[in-house]
Design a binder for this molecule. Structure first.
Ligand code: SAM
Length: 233
């Protein structure tokens, strides 16, 4: 898909979410706590959130004392992020060609987005480029073999998908994501499964509660999603 068309699709996607509650859901806050505690950034570290959307994570990270920057393809999302976090430097741009200098950031995050980029390898390579030599990348991606996707696949033959972005979405397994990140030149230091689901309208609240109850017993490679912690390599 051409960049202009993808931007239009994402502007439309964001437009439908602009009216949503400005406060961050407490369950999302708990998720952000978990994510940032995986990397323990130094106070006032420089963070770049790639595909920052409407700035929820930027707002959270600024609240934890980080100096925050963001980039997103959607100019509508960027405007919303600037309103939400006036202190942040937020730019419109493509993950495949980040509008930031090399060696600039202590931490680069990319949350629930690498699977949507037309060229995820080029994007991960760009994350590596803008990291400082001692920097870390925190990359959160969905699992192709999440048991819920397999259930839907068996019942309905559907592709794994979340959040109405099937116009640009490719999922991978844990090893598939690792290979991609390594291909981009990053070194994968560790990865962690994330299994708590709180925002889906594909299954009933009862089914979601059941999953969250039993998810501790789910094998790592059947988890909902993974957080990869990478260094520049
Ligand atoms: C699922 S949303 C995630 C947003 C945010 N990271 C979050 O967790 O809420 C995917 C985001 O990727 C952005 N996006 C899609 N393709 C992009 C690209 N090639 N470069 C930069 N941003 C892109 C979209 O505009 C959208 O904001």
């Amino acid at each position: 898909m051409r960049r202009e068309d993808l931007q239009l699709r994402y502007n439309e996607w964001h437009r439908q979410r602009l009216g949503e509650a400005p406060d961050i859901d407490p369950r999302q806050l708990a998720f952000f706590d978990w994510l940032l505690d995986l990397v323990h950034p130094a106070p006032s570290a420089d963070l770049l959130d790639v595909a920052c959307g409407q700035g929820e994570f930027l707002s959270y990270a600024a609240g934890r004392g980080l100096r925050v920057s963001g980039v997103d393809l959607s100019d509508l999302a960027v405007e919303a992020a600037r309103r939400r976090v006036p202190a942040a430097e937020v730019r419109v741009g493509e993950a495949e060609s980040l509008p930031f200098e090399a060696d600039s950031f202590d931490l680069v995050s990319c949350l629930g987005s690498l699977e949507h980029f037309p060229d995820p390898v080029a994007s991960a390579r760009e994350m590596q480029r803008v990291l400082k030599p001692s920097g870390e990348a925190l990359i959160f991606v969905p699992n192709l073999f999440f048991l819920g996707h397999i259930w839907f696949g068996l019942r309905r033959g559907t592709q794994p998908t979340e959040g109405g972005q099937s116009f640009s979405e490719v999922y991978r397994s844990s090893e598939g994501w690792r290979d991609l990140l390594v291909q981009a030149g990053l070194t994968v230091r560790e990865f962690h499964p994330w299994n708590h689901i709180y925002a889906t309208n594909r299954v009933s609240p009862a089914a979601t509660r059941f999953w969250n109850l039993v998810s501790r017993a789910v094998p790592r490679n059947g988890a909902y999603a993974f957080a990869f912690i990478c260094t520049r390599g």
